[in-house]
Ligand binder design. Sequence first.
Ligand code: ADP
Length: 466
Amino acid sequence: MRRLVAVSNRVGPVRGAVSAGGLAVALVDALRHYEGLWFGWSGRVVDGGEPKPKLAEEGGLTLATMDLPRQDYEDYYIGYANRCLWPLFHFRIDLTGYDRRFAEGYRRVNARFAQALSPLLRPDDMVWVHDYHLFELGSELRALGARQRIGFFLHIPFPPREILLTLPNHEQLVRALFDYDLLGFQTEQDLARFCDYVVQTAGGRMNGSCANAFGRRVETGVFPVGIDTAQFRDFAFSPRGEHVFRHMRDALRGRCQIIGVDRLDYSKGLLRRIGAFEALLDTHADTRGHVEYLQIAPISRGELKAYRDFRRDLEGAAARVNGRFGRVDWTPMHYLNRTLPRRTLAGLFRASQIGLVTPMRDGMNLVAKEYIAAQDPADPGVLVLSQFAGAAQQMKAALLVNPYDVTEVAEAMQRARLMPLAERKARYTELMNDLLRYDAAYWSGAFIDALRQAQLRRASGQVYRR
Ligand code: ADP
């Protein structure tokens, strides 16, 4: 069997993949199936020295990890990936900080990764590169002579052309994508925005699913990321999940719980979400004393000012709601900056009548899928989901909302709260059937199949040029 080589910014954990979340599980499963190698940053930052890849065997896989010199960490990771590409690709030009130094650091790290990975590759490997940290890895590998099939999957949204044009080196970034054999996107909309750039800016053309530009061509496809649905459902009914569920329901004493679980990131729409909860309490007096909102938001990227400012604003908003509406026997809003074990999370989802997932923009959003997977089929909760999450393209039976309209989100919460059991069950069944079918294994299998096919096309004519 051919080997699968996955490359992502961060590697692992392998044994703890189940606790790390959907994507790690999906990748580890695929890698195990193909006797895989996983390459990426170790998560360590070092002062001085020329980093070399360290090889380790773990859980049946080979892991190859690189440390990052401090300057590379600052320029590539903090600078270009997190300060520049992340906001820009989530349509936030206002938060985007471009600096030529960042772009140089990004190229330097992509080149260094390619140099370290290249000698580890076998001629018939399939290489699967993940996400916005590594747009240029494929072209760096090609420059070193790699002829393997190399696919790229973008986990975050692809931005509208007019927004991408504000990035000074947009052409370099998109041109690099044409050194891959296959480009995977989360949704049709992301692919359409990529095609728009190809045709309108790069002066290329689409030939079916094949993009032609810069004198080269690349196959494209849509592969929405799934979760390990059956496993997450089992977590909710595991002894730990059951315990958390019972404990939470006892503590709620018949109150309705709304739950939000998101990394503390400005793309997740948390400030407006608190505003929507406040509007719910404001406009529907029957909710006061009867509804609680639990928001779990582990701190993320705390090195960046935009994230620190955002956190401060959020704490202020949560305090405002509790100050305004709270009673001695009822705290409307609970806000925790904590990472929880998966089984605990599943039990909390199960205990919550409403899952509130309202990002302003999200590549997919796995929390929306996890919330549904954890529900009790006999008494399921209702998902209120932003139309701007990639997941909304698949999860049409959720209550889809525009997160910019706090009144609409408040009304959706009220509707969810009062929804009859029959309608809840019908919506849950439709969503859950889809989640069971299009799970994490389906996603990785579909991408790998398409990569294999894309290679056949390349073998029949396409020649790589730099
Ligand atoms: P993103 O990748 O932008 O963070 P997703 O919703 O796609 O957003 O994925 C987030 C993952 O992180 C989910 O698997 C979710 O369960 C997990 N997660 C988020 N917050 C927590 C938390 N507080 N504790 C444990 N896991 C969390």
